[in-house]
Design a protein around this ligand. Structure first.
Ligand SMILES: Cc1ncc(C[n+]2csc(CCOP(=O)(O)OP(=O)(O)O)c2C)c(N)n1
Ligand SMILES: [Mg+2]
Length: 317
């Protein structure tokens, strides 16, 4: 968070020429926050089926990266709503997908964890995307498209063997692959310290990959700090891993938080939401109200839609 030269509040500290305005960043983060909160409420009210994993606390990561990755292929994961909203700003079709309503981005066939839209693909299977992303990165290398393949993973997913085969090939073949690790220190109910030997940084470096660690939630700073890494992936085909040390503020999925309440309280103390509200009360409250109302309206409208109908599968591309 910074104050710019004209002494107006720069809510998310955005100094990057690549990014949207600070207001747009804040609005996008709040959209994701209220979307995810609404999903938990819908679940509690028995209005959603299956499962859902919210990214509460981690919203700033895809928002910070979004302008750096336009046109690139994003592989998202089980905790992917924020990745999707940061890229498309389209809560209607995502909620319709999750609720199986008309207008769903994948006709309601994919649900929360399996979204496919314009170079954006999610999977609920840990580590699966890595191998597919290596294939896409290989394609981009051959076609010289200047696009990169980006994979969002959690820290726990670094227990999957396929991930290491993918890292090996990415380096060996010098592929434009960026792995973004949202390291929230836990995998479902297992603290990372109880299952991971060594560090993700050392593992990445063992393959000769570039590695960068980000330990704050300032969107503008993140953007300028990561820009060089993204450029190296894109222009020099130097595959890289960027680790964000972050916090999962919600349950693993719907209501299954196994952590002691004091630990969650401690994490909440570092939440960007409270920090920005305290630092810029007026601008924050206006944006918060705007996005709260927007999400409430999206929920009301999508809930009233008829169920999605599966089309002839031949028309799904
Ligand atoms: C191959 C596979 N194994 C297990 C699961 C069940 N599962 C879903 S999320 C998850 C934890 C993932 O932890 P992490 O990678 O740290 O991501 P986070 O949930 O913390 O964002 C597990 C074990 C799965 N989806 N896929
Ligand atoms: Mg995790």
């Amino acid at each position: 968070m910074t104050v710019d030269s004209e002494n107006t509040a720069s809510v998310t500290g955005g100094t990057s020429s690549a990014g949207p305005s600070d207001d747009a960043d804040l609005d996008r983060m709040l959209l994701i926050r209220h979307f995810e909160s609404a999903l938990l409420e819908l679940f509690s009210a028995g209005k959603l089926n299956g499962t859902t994993h919210t990214c509460l606390g981690q919203e700033y990561i895809p928002v910070a990266l979004e302008p750096l990755l336009r046109g690139d292929f994003i592989f998202s994961n089980h905790r992917g709503h924020g990745h999707c909203l940061a890229r498309f700003d389209d809560p209607e079709s995502l909620l319709a997908e999750i609720m199986g309503r008309k207008g769903a981005v994948c006709y309601g066939v994919g649900g929360s964890q399996h979204i496919h839209r314009d170079r954006f693909l999610t999977t609920g299977v840990q580590g699966e995307s890595m191998s597919v992303a290596v294939g896409v990165a290989l394609h981009y290398r051959h076609t010289r498209e200047r696009r990169i393949a980006v994979v969002f993973t959690g820290d726990g997913t670094w227990g999957e063997g396929a991930l290491y085969e993918a890292l090996n090939m990415a380096k060996l073949w010098e592929l434009p692959l960026l792995v973004v690790v949202e390291h929230n220190g836990i995998a479902q109910s297992t603290p990372t310290a109880l299952q991971m030997a060594g560090t993700i940084g050392d593992r990445a470096r063992a393959f000769g990959l570039r590695f960068q660690e980000i330990g704050h939630n300032d969107v503008g700073r993140i953007r300028s700090e990561v820009a060089g890494t993204v450029a190296a992936v894109r222009d020099a085909h130097e595959p890289a891993v960027v680790q964000f040390n972050t916090a999962r503020l919600g349950p693993h999925s719907k209501g299954d938080d196994t952590r002691p309440p004091e630990e969650v309280e401690r994490l909440r103390a570092g939440d960007w939401y409270a920090a920005l509200e305290a630092a810029f009360p007026e601008a924050f409250r206006a944006a918060d109200e705007r996005q709260r109302r927007r999400v409430a309206e999206v929920v009301r409208e999508v809930e009233s839609r008829p169920l999605s109908e599966w089309p002839d599968m031949k028309v799904i591309t």
